[in-house]
Structures are given as C-alpha cells and as structure tokens.
Design a binder for this molecule. Structure first.
Ligand code: ATP
Ligand code: MG
Length: 413
C-alpha cells in the first residue's frame, strides 16, 4: 500500500508553522506497513488543492490530508473536496450533536458559523472529532482512499489513533517494515561507505547513511510478511557491522550517547562529575535529562571564569597564565580538581572558544580541549570544531561523552 500525505496551509509555506503532521503520520504509516511515497504541502488555494488531489489519486492507494477544515473563510479543504468528488453538502445530525455538546460543555453558544461545520460532503463517511470542532472525512473512489483531517496536530493524532489507523489495519493485509539503527561516531560518511563496500554487496536489505554532527547513523530496513524472519535477517547484518565497525559504533537504535554512558556507569557502579567552561553546564544537562541519573552523576562546576577554575577547582594560577584557559594543562587540572571536589570515580572537563568572538591565530574559534579523568589516569584531546557557537557546544558535549565512553569500555590489561 502506497500513501501520499497532503498538508494544506499557507502558514506552512511561509515557514511560520513547521509541518510536524507529515512526519508523525509517516511514522505511524510505516508501523502499519504502508509505504509513504510523497509528502506535498499546498497553499490554501482551491486550484492548488484540486491539482494536489489529482496527482495523489493517480499515484497512491491512500491519501492523508490535513488542514484547512476550520470554520473560517481561509479554510477551503471541505468545499474543494466536494467539488473534487462532485458531491454536495448535507447536514450531519451526528456532527451537529457533537458540536452542541462541545460548545455546551464549555458554556459557549453555538454560532451559525460553527453550525456550518456540521455540513459534510454527502459521499463521505464522517470521522467524528471528540477534541475539536471540524469533523474528518473519509472518501473512497476506485482503488484510492482519501482521509481529510484537521490541521491542529492533537486533533489529527486523535483521529488517526482512534479511527484511521484501526480502519486501515482491519481492512488490509499489510507487510511488516522494520528497521535497525547502528550509530557511529568519529568516521565520515564516505570513509564509512568505503569500509562497507564489500558488506553492501551481499546485503539482503536496504542500507541508508544518515550523517549528523560527527556521527553517522546507519539504517537497515527490511520489508516482508514474516516479521520474525525479517528480525533475524537484520540481527545477522547488525552482528556483521559490529565486527566491521567496532571502533566507531557507540550505540544501537534509539540509544543516545548519554544513555550509553548511563548504562556503563551503572554497570561499574561508578560515579561522574563534570567541570564545564565553554559548554556552560550543557554536558550536565544532557546527563541529567535521563531519569535515574542521580545514581551515577554527582554534579558540575560551571567554571566559566578563570577565578572559578582557580578557586573552586584548584587550577594553578601559573597554568592559566602560561598556557591560557583553553589548554591541555588547564583541562587536565580541571578534571582532576572536580573529581577530587566531588569525590567521583570519573570526571569530564572542557574548555574552549565557542565563538563567534574570542579567537586568536594560534587558538581560533572552535578550539576545544577536553580531559577525562578515569580511575587512575587523565586522557586529554584537542579538537578544532567550526565557527558556530551552538554547534561547537553540541560537538564538545558529544566528543567529551564519547571520550568517557571509550575509557569506560576499554579492555582491562
Ligand atoms: P480546525 O478546524 O480544527 O481548527 P483546520 O483544519 O482549520 O483545523 P488549519 O487552520 O489548517 O486547520 O490549522 C490549524 C492549526 O494547526 C494552525 O495553528 C496550524 O499552524 C496547525 N497546523 C496546520 N497544519 C499543520 C501541520 N501540517 N503541522 C503542524 N501544525 C499544523
Ligand atoms: Mg484553519
């Protein structure tokens, strides 16, 4: 089954509303085994909507439409659907009762404009809206199903979950579409592709490369009727990747870097603290965003100013003067200092020039020093990230956590 998603609204086309409906619906459709072929956004213009419907009908078995169902003059979807299906409007007693109840419950009077919303296309099946005023509409013509839903995300979701998804699940035999993700760090997309060129030749499933900031997520997709067999095939491919990419894999599926750190620290019943300059507490924020982090995380010192590095963390004034705040000796002392202060087993320290100002020829914007203190050593590394402040903060947090991950997974000798 192929689907096309049509979102309707000028506010999406001018960039004021982010189209979150399409992504949400696509994720739900994939779970059902429906393949999304296209997503199209259309203006609140009758001719454009007619065109879009025609294109979708020619290609898809299922067309999901959101937006433009409200009671105002800029909402054209219902009337356009009437014209498209050559049908007239009739009063739905059911929708009228829903509207009366909806307004009654809120102590508001049903106006003529609202009553208009009980007028529905004669040839559709009405989808009742328990959380809003505009009903949805289900049309079928030859091999294609059209479902029109409100644009308000929670109204659309409610309608999808209660009516649309169950109808599709019960009405059709659909295949399983399943995924596995392998998350890598520290290797670029093209090097990864070179490394996997032999692997890809024998691959019985689809492989996609999804690059992010210093990471590449690999997605394996399998489609078919026997779910267990598909899972076994994917598992076998993931095992091969584990061997081929051992140095680069940091997690699988939806596990984040901080999630991995959490499991590793819990496994070793070890504790962590951080001393953050350029990240301003962002690493601590990432760690504490996970429930249960109090088990292994003790705290952070946002040592933004040099006097805090010196007075709170005990960094030597001489190190700050001789090497500057963004330097190996300073992050090394910050890590040792916070580890001692908070009595933890591990500590992370970062200091860098996030930008856009503050760079110099020998320390340009994006220069970051990271130290990770382990049970009995401190490892350090210098990175040269880019020019963008928030990206530098994000990259610093990711790389610092990755250094800790490596230390935590290092084989004991
Ligand atoms: P209702 O009749 O329930 O008010 P409607 O069908 O008239 O809904 P719109 O007028 O198109 O819907 O949009 C209503 C609200 O929903 C707007 O605030 C809009 O920004 C938001 N919205 C519309 N389409 C989308 C979309 N594709 N993704 C996210 N939000 C959306
Ligand atoms: Mg509207």
């Amino acid at each position: 089954m192929n689907a096309i998603i049509l979102t309707i609204g000028d506010e999406i086309l001018i960039g004021h509303t982010l189209d979150t409906n399409s992504g949400w619906m696509a994720r739900e459709l994939v779970k059902l085994g429906v393949t999304v072929q296209k997503m199209i956004t259309l203006a609140d213009r009758k001719e454009d909507i007619m065109e879009g419907l025609k294109e979708a009908e020619a290609l898809a078995d299922l067309v999901l439409i959101t937006g433009g169902l409200g009671p105002t003059n800029d909402d054209l979807t219902r009337d356009t659907l009437c014209e498209y299906f050559n049908t007239g409007l009739v009063m739905s007693a059911e929708v009228l009762a829903d509207l009366e109840a909806f307004f009654g419950k809120r102590g508001r009077k049903l106006t003529d404009r609202n009553k208009e919303q009980a007028m529905v296309p004669e040839s559709c099946t009405v989808l009742r809206n328990p959380v809003g005023t505009a009903p949805g509409m289900w049309f079928e013509r030859q091999q294609t199903i059209f479902v029109s839903m409100p644009g308000v995300p929670f109204e659309m979701m409610e309608m999808m979950e209660n009516l649309v998804i169950p109808n599709i699940r019960n009405g059709f035999e659909l295949p399983h579409i399943i995924y596995r993700h392998v998350n890598t760090i520290g290797i670029g997309e093209s090097y990864l592709a070179d490394l996997l060129s032999e692997f890809e030749k024998q691959l019985p499933v689809k492989l996609a490369y999804l690059p992010g900031l210093y990471t590449v997520r690999l997605r394996l997709t399998a489609c078919g009727t026997d779910k267990e067999r598909l899972e076994a095939i994917l598992e076998e491919q993931v095992s091969q990747l584990k061997v081929l990419l051992a140095d680069y894999i940091y997690s699988f599926d939806d596990e984040t870097m901080e999630g991995m750190i959490a499991s590793l620290l819990l496994e070793q019943t070890a504790t962590l603290s951080t001393a953050e300059s350029c990240t301003g507490g962002y690493i601590a924020h990432k760690i504490t965003s996970l429930p249960g982090s109090s088990e292994y995380f003790k705290g952070t010192v946002v040592s933004y100013a040099n006097e805090i590095k010196a007075e709170v963390l005990g960094v030597q004034q001489s190190a700050l003067e001789a090497s500057g705040a963004v330097s190996e000796p300073v992050v090394r002392e910050m890590a040792a200092g916070v580890k001692h202060l908070m009595k933890t087993d591990y500590a992370i320290a970062v200091s860098g020039i996030a930008g856009p100002g503050g760079g110099s020829p020998d320390k340009p914007v994006g220069t970051v020093w990271i130290a990770v203190a382990g049970l009995d050593e401190v490892i350090t590394r210098k990175y040269n990230f880019g020019k963008k402040r928030l990206q530098n903060i994000e990259s610093t947090a990711l790389m610092a956590l990755n250094m800790l991950r490596k230390l935590l997974t290092r084989p004991l000798d």
